[in-house]
Design a protein around this ligand. Structure first.
Ligand SMILES: [Ca+2]
Length: 98
């Protein structure tokens, strides 16, 4: 039986692959795949962003080697940043309760 952490890692890989296989390089997200991923998997985040250029900016910032594709490390940087923001928000909420 995989541990909870091992299942989380498997999930990260599975989600990336689900979107990265749609076109071009099957292990990297093109811009279209990135938009599909964000609008499906992180819809709660994207629907608050009324300016569509926010996702363009995110893609450019994440694409460190500027090849128009997001590899697994770029993807982890995105998830890490969002997870950090969620964690900070969780800490702020729990501190208010004390
Ligand atoms: Ca791809």
């Amino acid at each position: 039986m995989p541990s909870e952490m091992e299942r989380c890692i498997e999930s990260l890989i599975a989600v990336l692959q689900k979107y990265s296989r749609k076109d071009g390089n099957s292990s990297q997200l093109s811009k279209a795949e990135f938009l599909s991923f964000m609008n499906t998997e992180l819809a709660a985040f994207t629907k608050n962003k009324k300016d569509p250029s926010v996702l363009d900016c995110m893609m450019k910032k994440l694409d460190l080697n500027c090849d128009g594709q997001l590899d697994f490390q770029d993807f982890l940087n995105l998830i890490g940043g969002l997870a950090t923001a969620c964690h900070d928000s969780f800490l702020r909420t729990s501190q208010k309760r004390i």
